[in-house]
Design a protein around this ligand. Structure first.
Ligand SMILES: C[S@@+](CC[C@H](N)C(=O)[O-])C[C@H]1O[C@@H](n2cnc3c(N)ncnc32)[C@H](O)[C@@H]1O
Length: 554
């Protein structure tokens, strides 16, 4: 690194990088390189925007710098490019390969780099949770984000966000940003202040999603963010969805929409809804908006209990006998969604082989001698020192254990909602639902098993990079269900038989005629539209992989 470039770094940034590099791995650095096809789309846009100076804040092997040089050369122009890289070996290899002049290559932490003016910033920053980056780097990231936002960034967030915020400080008035960013940018709570900032700082925002995976090997879903006209403001995001990178290259989007920034800032999921056919969007926003309510108005979902040590707190029969643990302190429990297979829609239908798990929940004020011995063993073997145990008082009483009215698996594509008529308690592999006063579990089941619920789940519940859906209470509570429904014992019995047989997709369709058509007055054509919408969103969630059959747990 030249002395000129060292002078650009703050003291804190340059002092500890060598120690950091010795202990970091490609994963910790978020070192996943962008395919050239995607890099050239962003580079083409930057060059067309008229940029004459460009900065790549985390250049890796320099794919963006090469793409910028190529796009500029194609237009008979020359662009002055700067590149920053934290990893010493990557830096050296990239500088040697020559996509930029060595004098404009900066080795160090971009988040500690003093801003200097450029027309555009382009790149694919690292996506690493701040809690997983080394402390000094995390502190710099937090400082960089707060300096732009004027308030601390949510520490649960990821490193790409300070990169975008800090990058904005380098832009001349009218300048642009072009970044590959994680798809979660479109819905996570921690990114909401970023959207507000972008809307208040750029004249034009464009977000591109491509169904084909750009990073198949790491199952990372990404979007492309283009922000132009630094110093301006806007209230809307131009959203474009493409099936393949080739379509993006050819400028042939599947769908386009103008999305109010405000919807993203208040936590809605407009980028998902925009993928649906307009006729279906109209049904959802029209008749269905009035005839449905969020599930949270009917049932309150919580994550099940966390013991801190599954084995110790779910003792096997031999252990129960050896320590004479009292039966009254052993609560029949559901600890995995696998237990629900074959049960139908009621926990009383659990196959006998799935019923043996019991949570040991001692009464701290009345411990039997055998219990004292068992807990002493827990202390001797270090269970009491486990994080979840040592932060509670006393360490051996699992908090928040309450028998739910219904249960729902946390990881599932088309989750089976079960009435908990057998009174199990449930661990955090499941969501526990507690009914609002006056509601029966049967009427909740009648509302749940329709094609509309599958569509609502696609709209409201997020998925991990590989497409596996994760139910969290707030998102499960946002799934809209029929506001009113007439329960039918016959319908529940037929749903139960289908779920028991593993015919989950058919179980969800069973409610369409009695609930959606006869009670909500939807037409058969609208039901078709709803099913088609679910298929479309499922394809987007699964990227370019083949669709998986609906199942209990992913
Ligand atoms: C996701 S890779 C992207 C590389 C390149 N932009 C591309 O898309 O091919 C992120 C790069 O950022 C580097 N990096 C990680 N943290 C950094 C930091 N704080 N400052 C500068 N570079 C960093 C990593 O070493 C890695 O090369």
């Amino acid at each position: 690194m030249s002395s000129a470039t060292i002078a650009r770094m703050t003291d804190d940034a340059s002092s500890d990088n060598s120690r950091l590099l010795a202990t970091t791995t490609p994963r910790a650095l978020g070192a996943y390189y962008t395919p050239p096809a995607a890099a050239s789309v962003l580079a083409g846009w930057v060059v067309e925007s008229g940029a004459r100076t460009v900065l790549e804040p985390s250049m890796g092997d320099g794919v963006f710098l090469a793409a910028v040089a190529q796009a500029a050369a194609a237009g008979g122009r020359r662009i002055e490019s700067w590149g920053v890289e934290l990893a010493a070996d990557t830096f050296a290899a990239t500088v040697a390969a020559g996509p930029l002049e060595p004098g404009r290559a900066i080795r160090g932490d971009f988040l500690g780099l003093e801003p200097f003016p450029v027309d555009a910033v382009i790149g694919n920053p690292p996506f690493v949770r701040l809690r997983h980056v080394p402390p000094a780097e995390a502190r710099r990231a937090a400082r960089a984000a707060a300096a732009v936002l004027g308030a601390p960034m949510d520490p649960s967030g990821s490193s790409w966000m300070p990169f975008v915020l800090h990058a904005s400080r380098f832009l001349r008035p009218g300048g642009s940003l072009a970044f590959v960013l994680p798809y979660e940018l479109t819905y996570v709570r921690y990114a909401r202040p970023l959207w507000r900032f972008l809307a208040d700082s750029f004249a034009r925002l464009r977000l591109v999603r491509v169904r084909e995976r750009l990073f198949p090997e790491i199952m990372q879903d990404v979007v492309l963010l283009f922000a132009a006209g630094s110093g301006g403001t806007t209230g809307a995001i131009e959203f474009e969805a493409y099936d393949r990178v080739r379509d993006l290259d050819l400028g042939r989007p599947d769908r386009t929409a103008s999305i109010p920034v405000e919807l993203v800032v208040v936590g809605r999921r407009p980028f998902v809804e925009a993928l649906l056919p307009p006729a279906l969007q109209a049904v959802l926003a029209g008749r269905l908006a009035g005839a449905t309510v969020p599930a949270s108005e009917l049932v309150r979902f919580n994550v099940g209990y966390v013991t801190g040590d599954k084995g110790f707190f779910h003792p096997r029969e031999a252990v129960v006998r050896r320590f004479r643990l009292p039966a009254s302190r052993l609560l029949p429990s559901l600890t995995s969604s696998r237990q629900l297979r074959g049960a139908g829609v009621r926990t009383s239908g659990l196959p006998p082989a799935a019923t043996g798990h019991r949570l040991y929940l001692p009464d701290a004020t009345a411990l039997a001698p055998g219990e004292r011995a068992y807990l002493a063993e827990g202390e001797a073997t270090g269970i009491a020192g486990r994080y979840k145990c040592r932060v509670r008082e006393p360490w051996f009483v699992t908090p928040g254990v309450r028998t739910p009215a219904v249960v729902l698996p946390v990881f599932a594509d088309a989750p089976v909602l079960l009435e908990n008529d057998a009174g199990y308690v449930a661990s955090n592999s499941l969501l526990c639902g507690y009914l609002q006063p006056g509601l029966t579990a049967g009427s909740l089941l009648a509302r749940w098993y329709t094609s509309l619920t599958l569509l609502q789940i696609e709209l409201e519940v997020h998925a991990l990079g590989g497409g596996v859906r994760v139910f969290v209470p707030s998102e499960a509570g946002a799934v809209r269900l029929a506001a009113r429904v007439v329960e039918s014992g016959r319908l529940t019995a037929r749903t139960d038989a289908l779920v028991r047989a593993g015919e989950i997709a058919r179980a969800y369709e069973l409610g369409d005629e009695p609930v959606l058509i006869r009670q909500l007055r939807l037409s058969p054509a609208e039901i078709e539209l709803i099913r088609e919408g679910t298929t479309i969103l499922g394809r987007w969630r699964n990227g370019s992989r083949a669709g998986r059959p609906l199942g209990l747990a992913a």
